[in-house]
Design a protein. Sequence first.
Length: 138
Amino acid sequence: MLLTFITITLCLLAEHAVRLLLHDIVTLSCNTGAAFGIFGDVPGFTLMLSGIACAVIVCACLFVRMKRTLRLGLAVMAGGALSNFLERVVLGHVIDWIPCPFINLNFNIADVEISLGALIVFLVLINENSPEKTSGEQ
């Protein structure tokens, strides 16, 4: 449980610490929408949706029994989601600052954490449901 809390906290702080260190080097852009700017014209919906997602992920992470690797993936996702949620609450938008020019998109470390956490969760679930693991359960 302590490791989960530490992981969430470190992921939450990573976005803001790195951006603070690189503030004079990077170009900041505001994203009022969700991932990739979707729902940008409905900021209240985005805030509500991200708040619900944060609550569900954090509660699952802290209170549901699961394997450590699955909990790790959820904790990384929770830290990134909480980071973006807090920016939405305080600023009304998320600050993106890492450019991805080949698809004309900016993102931030919290977005990377959410994606990395989702990838970990996906890989754990695929591994748990692989044919080798499920073939003996008939």
